[in-house]
Design a protein around this ligand. Structure first.
Ligand SMILES: Cc1cc2nc3c(=O)[nH]c(=O)nc-3n(C[C@H](O)[C@H](O)[C@H](O)COP(=O)(O)OP(=O)(O)OC[C@H]3O[C@@H](n4cnc5c(N)ncnc54)[C@H](O)[C@@H]3O)c2cc1C
Length: 380
């Protein structure tokens, strides 16, 4: 067992740390305030190889492993959780193409997404099908050489700006879940449109939209994987995505502690730094313990995936604990900062708002407890 990051991982961590501090941090508050996604930052991440980390170079990737990817997301989340979330979520579809795509699909779709500065969206959720993704109603019926898509998806990150969107739709509705397939839809395809950008509580620097499909014709060779296998494919891709959310939680929690330590040492009340009050110093201790426990869970899940070992349960445990830890640390940091933490001048209120989504998206905390319990009890 080795707890040391490899030399390559340390270099990637340092590059991500420098980029996040010098280029992301100065823009984070403004992107949040204006509810704006930064194409410029995303393009910079592509140039630095961050959007292609843990993908093979032959498809435009930049190599590296899943721990490297987690380290990048962690560093970004410390400075701007929106940027970290966008990077993390927009990797789900390329991962799906790499894992389930044909050689032709990999060559066609991956390079622009991994190194070209283009985004990919993952469209599973529908208005009536959130936690119960199997209740999806969007259809993709065969018609000659095409599938014809009808229906809508909601809460899709980057959906309006993505070059490629992976859409889960019923190709054989009469078969229910066994009739769900995964189809790649390109931006600009007639019949495919996006609604307004949602006005959210947090992660305001990432775009969330509803997607509409109206007699949208997509060539049959855009089917990803086998027909009828969309649902298990979506679940497998969410396993991968969960490591990314857990890494976001780690970054948010670390930033909350970093800000808290400075404040505990510098804010003077009753003639001494507030950190000298035992009750408040214990907050820092509790945050530290949870952060180190989470770090172990995130890196372990990423390591298992890189080692091609089963990682599904570990990813769910890390995601669940990552969301809880981010929320606990952001809330505690807000308490430590008192009234000043509640003001928009400080990054604490943004951390507090951003952390909250982690308990909801890519599977809620409640659903994660069900998934983890099933794994622990050995149930299918
Ligand atoms: C900002 C944002 C970005 C998102 N990005 C994407 C994206 O890119 N792609 C995508 O496909 N989706 C995306 N989502 C959707 C997200 O994954 C869903 O919101 C999430 O899965 C929960 O679904 P829901 O919101 O419909 O809540 P519901 O499923 O309606 O849940 C409501 C409540 O009931 C609880 N609940 C439901 N079922 C059970 C159960 N069986 N047992 C116990 N409790 C239960 C839930 O935990 C929750 O507390 C995004 C959502 C948001 C808010």
């Amino acid at each position: 067992m080795d707890f040391q990051l490899s030399e390559e991982q340390q270099l990637i961590q340092q590059a991500a740390r420098d980029f996040a501090l010098k280029e992301v941090e100065p823009k984070a508050a403004e992107l949040d305030r204006k509810h704006e996604f930064s194409h410029e930052l995303f393009k910079r991440m592509a140039d630095l190889g961050f959007t292609g980390t843990c993908f093979p170079e032959e498809y435009g990737g930049s190599g590296g492993d899943d721990i490297s990817k987690a380290l990048i997301v962690e560093e970004l989340a410390k400075r701007c959780a929106s940027t970290a979330a966008t990077l993390s979520i927009t990797q789900i579809t390329p991962y799906g193409i790499l894992k389930f795509g044909t050689e032709a699909q990999k060559k066609k779709f991956l390079p622009p997404l991994l190194s070209g500065g283009n985004l990919a969206a993952f469209a599973l959720t529908e208005p009536q099908a959130g936690s119960d993704a199997a209740a999806a109603r969007t259809t993709a019926l065969a018609d000659g050489d095409h599938f014809v898509l009808n229906g809508n998806k909601c809460f899709i990150t980057g959906g309006a700006i993505a070059k490629t969107t992976l859409v889960f739709a019923l190709t054989e509705p009469e078969k229910g879940l066994r009739g769900m397939s995964a189809i790649l839809v390109e931006k600009g395809t007639p019949g495919f449109s996006a609604g307004k950008v949602e006005d959210k509580l947090g992660l305001c620097g990432s775009e969330t939209v509803e997607l509409f499909f109206k007699d949208c014709r997509v060539p049959k060779d855009h089917l990803l994987g086998a027909p009828g296998k969309g649902f298990p494919m979506a679940m497998e891709l969410l396993d991968f995505a969960r490591i990314g959310v857990a890494a976001q939680g780690l970054g948010i929690a670390e930033r909350a502690l970093e800000e808290s330590v400075t404040y505990l040492n510098n804010r003077v009340q009753f003639g001494k730094p507030i950190g000298a009050q035992q009750g408040l110093s214990w907050y820092a201790a509790e945050m530290k313990v949870r952060i180190e426990a989470l770090r172990g869970l995130v890196y372990k899940a990423a390591w298992l995936k890189s080692a091609k070992l089963p990682f599904s349960l570990d990813a769910a445990v890390a995601k669940y604990y990552g969301a809880e830890t981010a929320c606990f640390c952001a809330d505690t940091a807000l308490q430590i900062h008192g009234g000043y933490g509640y003001m928009k001048d400080m990054p604490i209120e943004r951390l507090f708002r951003d952390s909250r989504l982690l308990k909801i998206y890519e599977g809620t905390s409640e659903v994660h407890k069900l998934v983890i319990a099933r794994g622990v009890l050995g149930l299918k």
